[in-house]
Design a protein around this ligand. Sequence first.
Ligand code: NAD
Ligand code: DAU
Length: 334
Amino acid sequence: MKILVTGGAGFIGSNFIHYWLEKHPEDEIINFDVLTYAGNLENFKTIENNPKYKFIKGDVCDRDAVFAAVKDVDVVVHYAAETHVDRSIMDPSAFVRSNVLGTQVLLDAVKEYGKRFHHVSTDEVFGALGPEDPAFNEKTPYDPRSPYSASKAAADHLVRAYFHTYGIKMTISNCSNNYGRYMFPEKVLPLFIANLMEDKKVPLYGDGLQVRDWIHTLDHARGVDMILQKGKIGETYCLGGDNELTNMELTKTLLKVMDKDESYIEYVKDRPGHDRRYAVDFSKAKNELGWEPQIKFEDGLKDMVDWYKDNQEWVNRCRDGSYKDYYEKQYIIR
Ligand code: NAD
Ligand code: DAU
């Protein structure tokens, strides 16, 4: 099988590609990525000579490039997106362009060539929960509240509209907060790890009592794999980690793992429109696909911290921007 992975040079896409080539060495992966600040080819150091892996530098909004790439594969797994909520608050335009228009261009291509399409989405499309509300599931009405989640919701609606109108072979997954290796140091966990490695404080927004559900990104990759194998065309699957933590609990757990005390917490101004709580009910994926998360948070977090410590140079290059020069010198873009 030949799979086009869009946005494969980002955090979750990189982990998916490593996961897939290890689990399905007979398959071919084409990584299609425009390499925004979040795309890093250094993540493929260990597989750049693998004949089953190929990189194409391309923008999902570029019709010619997308049609040429989609024509040549069996399946498209669509990760490419602008993904950081704080950046979407500062400037929504790149989010609408890549996440909405880019998804529509891909949908036109899969419609034209009759390809299988899996759309990777987020639990943020469902909005925010109160403390006693039941967790999100596939029937929860959409209520996005940030420019990022609104752009992802628009993309999800387009994917379903192309299914109902044109009969494309699609599935969608809505997943909760991922963590793991190769995560660009701007979202809460990698930012806090990188700061603590430099003996700096960590900026906790507002009262720190917002709740997120944390899932290891390799559990997410396995979920997408099982949807591709067993998911029903036209269906949506919610994937979650069964691991709700307040940001304060998350931070204190991390401080312990990194041998730091609570004086490293700096309370800062809250994020505008900050969603209070996310939680995901993944019983449909469990009952229909036999999927559930397997990696325990304490093990996954320890692995993540160890990886960041072992890859201090990778973190430094992300932080000072030099990773862009680094890969251009080191890696051939095919
Ligand atoms: P990321 O920001 O780390 O990576 C995104 C990748 O997409 C980058 O490599 C970037 O270069 C690429 N990209 C952006 N715009 C592009 C364009 N126009 N054309 C081609 N490539 C483009 O993101 P991530 O955290 O790995 O998220 C991947 C996907 O998973 C996104 O669709 C996101 O909405 C979804 N998701 C993320 C999480 C999470 O916790 N990070 C949770 C659920 C769902
Ligand atoms: O729920 C899935 C979503 O999770 C994905 O769709 C998004 O792409 C991903 O970025 C993530 O969104 P969040 O906004 O939940 O992630 P972030 O890491 O930015 O923030 C997690 C929580 O930590 C949130 O409540 C805000 C808080 N936070 C974040 C940062 C960056 C802080 O307290 N301090 C910080 O510096």
